[in-house]
Design a protein around this ligand. Structure first.
Ligand code: SER
Length: 614
């Protein structure tokens, strides 16, 4: 069966059960809890907690998607039979429609009857219970009725040929999914394994986790499932690895065709294939290489692919040829701006290739005694722009180890920005980005100030990046210069007053009574988090926020425009006052040094201080 057919079979099967096919979300996401789209459920978060209504928006409580996802969590495993960073996830979702019984039965029917996967190759896991949450007996019963046998207790060997037809109890770590980030919906999951490989994760969203880590039962139960498309195709097509399926074959063939060196390096070929696909989709969705957040994820995989391509001595123009294969293969389902993708990739390639060569020379000159220290790994990062993955690859090739923790420690020590950086590298949570958090608190002050100046203002939308906030609100004309200045003045006054930001959990009804404002009138879960800023602003919000307004710096509106009929949009930034005190010359020097570091030039700290005139 071709992958195209597998794709449409999935859609038809669930359409047969009245699911609506919904367009996939962009990999670049507004979701503040993660840097990229890592799961199909992300675009549906508001439907699980009742803030949005699926029947109204999709004409059904039950939907499906085929969602491109990007996860760095498995990056070290890429190269084996089935781990990938970029993949498509087939998912069915229900927002208050069906629950455990139907979800499990449909999944089993699809796997067994439509894809013909033999019963003896399947085993499943269920949540065994932990932290006061009970074992998922309901799912266990459904599986038993379907003919799978239960084994009690954890442990023991389970795998292909041994654990056939078994229900294996799984832990909090493996069988309780979510939330993405610190707060949100989550719940027990049951997973379907085929030949020992996890194929399908079926999550039952029964809980909402609050800022204090407490779980609250949701009044409306939800289903969130995700099946790795590449993994499914591997099984249905009977291939040893995902790289031999028709999803990867054209790309793998092209890599071998472009290869000049005879050396066998299967891992390198597979990493190139995985990363190039990821690069194409990330750029298509608007991510650009940089040293922070999702931009740095793109830079890491792109640079690693470039290094492997050069290791295999791929013929000139290799990036373009590989990108063409990916675009040709997927343009049936997604639209790509080829020129733009090539431009971004080529620019990064030009930036990196010289420092790559220099860095490799430096690496080969050095004598390591069994281990590459954190300092050495950091030097390769700082001086030559090597992401830690490249250093780890180089180390593996020389049978050395890398002190990865040491690398992150160095990172924290050396770069101010990286206090949140180490966390960002590993799990990439946007929540930890101080700039975003500061802008988020500023948007609360902005709403309160708008209400003082204009009156009757409600939030109609908000989007925050580390650089700026964007705030939409109801108002039917352009704001005057005087009004904008007054709003700015009030916000800055409140910042300077050093007001304390307090958070409290309370029942929604009480929150309304106490004057907390919510964006989604009447549609909140029973218990909500409420943020108050020194009595000046009171909002229902999931946070996070700074603890005192004096952390914000200087508030500046940079744009006021129309967003849609009757809705205005303000863009604003927070300026660090210390920055403003620097002379123009120093600022110019900083820009110059930043560009050079970006391009891979090495600056020692004292050199930098001298150059910057500090
Ligand atoms: N959200 C769950 C996952 O990503 C199921 O879709 O695995």
């Amino acid at each position: 069966m071709k992958s195209d057919e597998i794709r449409s079979k999935f859609i038809k099967f669930f359409e047969g059960y009245n699911h609506k096919l919904v367009k996939s979300a962009s990999l670049k996401t507004d979701d503040p809890s993660v840097l990229l789209t890592v799961a199909g459920m992300q675009q549906f978060k508001d439907y699980y907690v009742g803030l949005k209504n699926a029947e109204k928006d999709f004409k059904s409580k039950d939907v499906i998607t085929i969602q491109p996802c990007f996860r760095t969590s498995d990056i070290d495993e890429v190269g084996d039979e089935y781990h990938l960073t970029f993949f498509e996830m087939l998912g069915n979702f229900s927002f208050g429609g069906y629950f455990k019984d139907n979800a499990i039965r449909m999944a089993y029917e699809l796997v067994r009857n439509e894809f013909g996967i033999d019963k003896d190759r399947i085993f499943v896991s269920i949540f065994e219970g932990a932290n006061g949450i009970l074992r998922d007996e309901e799912s266990e019963e459904v599986w038993k009725k379907l003919g799978l046998k239960s084994i009690k207790g954890g442990g023991g060997f389970w795998g292909p040929g041994f654990g056939m037809n078994l229900i294996k109890p799984g832990s909090l770590k493996d069988n309780f999914w979510g939330p993405t980030g610190d707060t949100g919906v989550c719940g027990p999951s049951t997973e379907i394994y085929v030949d020992g490989m996890e194929l399908w994760n079926i999550v039952f969203n029964e809980y909402h986790k609050d800022v204090n880590g407490k779980l609250h039962l949701l009044s409306q139960k939800g289903v969130d499932t995700g099946m790795g498309f590449e993994r499914l195709v591997r099984i249905v097509q009977g291939k040893k690895t995902v790289f031999e399926t028709d999803l990867f074959k054209p790309l793998m063939d092209k890599i071998r065709e472009l290869k000049v060196s005879d050396s066998e390096n299967i891992k390198a070929e597979r990493v190139i294939a995985d990363h190039v696909r990821g690069v194409v989709f990330l750029i298509k969705d608007g991510v650009r290489p940089s040293n922070i957040a999702e931009g740095y994820i793109l830079r890491r995989v792109l640079r690693r692919a470039i290094r492997y391509c050069r290791l295999l001595l791929l013929k000139d123009n290799f990036l373009e040829e590989l990108i063409n294969v990916v675009i040709n293969q997927y343009s049936k389902y997604y639209s790509f701006n080829k020129k733009e993708i090539l431009n971004v990739v080529n620019e990064e390639y030009e930036k990196f290739k010289l420092s790559l060569d220099k860095g490799l020379k430096e690496f080969n000159k050095r004598i390591f005694t069994g281990k590459i220290s954190g300092e050495e790994a950091f030097l390769l990062y700082q001086s030559y722009g090597f992401p830690i993955e490249i250093t780890k690859d180089l180390a593996r090739e020389k049978e050395l180890e890398v002190d990865e923790d040491g690398f992150y420690k160095e990172f924290e020590k050396h770069q101010e920005m990286s206090r949140k950086g180490a966390g960002m590298f590993k799990s990439g949570l946007k929540n930890h980005d101080e700039k975003t958090v500061r802008l988020h608190t500023a948007s609360h002050l902005l709403l309160a100030a708008l209400n003082i100046v204009l009156g009757g203002v409600e939030q109609k939308g908000s989007n925050i990046t580390p650089e700026r906030l964007r705030f939409d609100f109801n108002f039917d004309r352009r704001l005057t210069k005087e009004e904008l200045e007054e709003v700015e003045r009030i916000v800055n006054k409140k910042i300077n007053e050093g007001l304390e930001v307090k958070v409290e959990e309370m029942r929604y009804k009480e929150a309304v009574k106490r004057g907390f404002k919510g964006v989604f009138e009447g549609k909140y879960p029973e218990t909500v988090s409420c943020y108050s800023i020194g009595g000046f602003s009171k909002e229902i919000c999931s946070g996070p926020h700074v603890s005192n307004t004096k952390e914000l710096g200087h508030f500046k509106i940079i744009k006021e425009e129309s967003s849609s009929g009757g809705v205005r949009r303000i863009k604003a930034v927070l300026v660090d006052l210390d920055d403003l005190k620097l002379s123009k010359k120093t600022l110019r020097n900083i820009e110059k040094a930043k560009a050079e570091i970006e391009a891979g030039k090495f600056h020692t700290l004292s050199q930098l201080e001298k150059e910057l005139g500090l």
